[in-house]
Write a protein that binds this ligand. Structure first.
Ligand code: SAJ
Length: 416
């Protein structure tokens, strides 16, 4: 067996499912993470993140002895780095996690090993990672200096799985494989073929990096188009959802859906990696980011107008006596992930600025995060009974079949 032991560095939303899937194919997997608590949880056969069915796969992998987590890297035949690549205050990519991971695995590398960068990265990051590895291990040769004869193979193979469908998409999606040389790509294909049923398509590392950024920027630009349309239509008194449905009947038009903004950990981040490398050229991509980032503020203003409208219709009431209900907090429908969610930003802001009561309906969580202060979690029926302004933020399936209550409705998703 070529890759007997696989090490996955970074046991988050991508690394842990990937480690578990390798383990389910009976490879010995060493998961590495700096978070001691996460390591302990995984070694108990539990998970510290939310992803459908992942708990079962991890539990089986750990109890059958194929998956073990540790904070200190150990020798393996292949290393997959799946650590975060956030951006800094000025939207510059922060490669410090990749740097730490590279420096952590360098001491245990041996001739013949394969190192893969999976983290979404700016163009050039794989070469940078290889440079960090080479600096730490002058006794080994790397593709940037020794080409096909190098001791260590290096590739970039970006993950492209959709949160909520990770286990299925990991196996079924096509995989872009960007080796630093042809042999690096071939080795990476052999590794992924252990579980990938989709096609493994070979390119070079820089194209693979750009490919991932392009996919998410494509989506961001298209969502920005929909969001801008919704603002234009609001001004012109046109129902944007009817408009989009009509326009999409054209055989070559396919407009996405407007919403309260773009959330999640990828689409709102990755386009900046293109902008920061090529600021002069990436104009449309930057403006799209700005359009999507400004949408929550526009929604908040709509809610303020709705409160004023309510008070005009109910002159005996004051703002203090107006209850706003926010429907949905997750960053997209039918998940419980509240991180990087425009619905959270809007709810938090309303809780801070509105003098009356703010309530929340989020059927996918049992309690609210501590950072939302002064807001109560209620069920749907209670909310529509007491709310004066009803703000629909997430198009959860369970909201679609329901009808909003009395009062003024602000529907950012067009389902009511
Ligand atoms: N959104 C809209 N309107 C739409 C579609 C989405 O407002 O028409 C919003 C969602 O509500 C959400 C945000 O965009 O707030 C992002 O949601 P998403 O479902 O588009 O994407 P993510 O962030 O869950 O996952 C994306 C995926 N990328 C693409 O579809 C190109 C996924 O395949 C990637 O693996 C993932 O980013 C990632 O890890 O990069």
């Amino acid at each position: 067996m070529e890759f007997k032991t696989v090490s996955v560095v970074g046991l988050g939303y991508i690394g842990l499912p990937t480690a578990a899937v390798f383990a389910s194919r009976k490879r010995k997997v060493i998961g590495v993470d700096v978070n001691r608590q996460a390591v302990e949880v995984i070694n108990r056969g539990d998970i510290h993140i939310v992803e459908p069915d992942l708990d079962m796969v991890v539990h089986a992998a750990v109890t059958e002895g194929y998956l073990r987590a540790t904070t200190v890297p150990e020798a393996a035949d292949a290393f997959l780095i799946a650590v975060p690549t956030p951006f800094k205050g000025d939207h510059e990519p922060d490669l410090s996690y990749i740097e730490s991971a590279s420096k952590a695995i360098a001491p245990v590398l041996k001739k013949g090993d394969l190192v893969i960068l999976e983290s979404t990265s700016p163009v050039g990051a794989t070469e940078q990672m290889a440079a960090w590895l080479a600096e730490a291990r002058p006794d080994l040769s790397f593709p940037q200096t020794h080409g096909e004869d190098s001791d260590i193979r290096v590739a970039h193979c970006p993950e492209r799985v959709l949160p909520g469908h990770v286990l299925r998409e990991l196996v079924q999606n096509d995989r872009v494989i960007g080796g630093m040389t042809a042999k690096c790509s071939e080795a990476a294909v052999r590794l992924y073929k252990i579980f990938v049923e989709g096609e493994c398509v070979i390119t070079n590392a820089r194209t693979a990096e750009m490919c991932k950024l392009t996919e998410n920027s494509f989506r961001d630009v298209n969502i920005a188009f929909a969001n801008e349309l919704s603002i234009i239509c609001d001004k012109l008194d046109i129902n944007v959802w009817e408009l989009i449905k009509l326009a999409n009947r054209h055989p070559r038009v396919n407009i996405l859906q407007p919403g309260p903004g773009v959330g999640g950990h990828c689409i709102a981040v990755d386009p900046w990696f293109i902008v920061s490398k090529t600021p002069e050229e990436a104009q449309l991509i930057r403006v799209a980011r700005e359009v999507n980032d400004s949408k929550p503020r526009w929604v908040m203003n709509k809610v303020k107008e709705a409160v004023i409208e309510f008070l005009q219709d109910n002159p005996e009431r004051t703002e203090k006596e107006v209850t706003i209900a926010c429907f949905g907090l997750a960053f997209k429908p039918d998940i419980d992930d509240l991180r990087e969610s425009p619905a959270m930003i809007i709810t938090k802001e309303l809780a801070a600025s509105h003098s009356g009561t703010v309530i929340v309906v989020e059927p996918n969580v049992s309690e609210l995060p501590r950072e939302i202060v002064g807001v109560t979690l209620v069920d749907f029926d209670r909310a529509i009974e007491i709310a004066d302004v009803q703000l629909l933020l997430v198009d959860h399936s369970s909201f679609k079949s329901k009808i909003p209550g009395r009062g003024v409705v602000v529907d950012t998703r067009g389902i009511w």
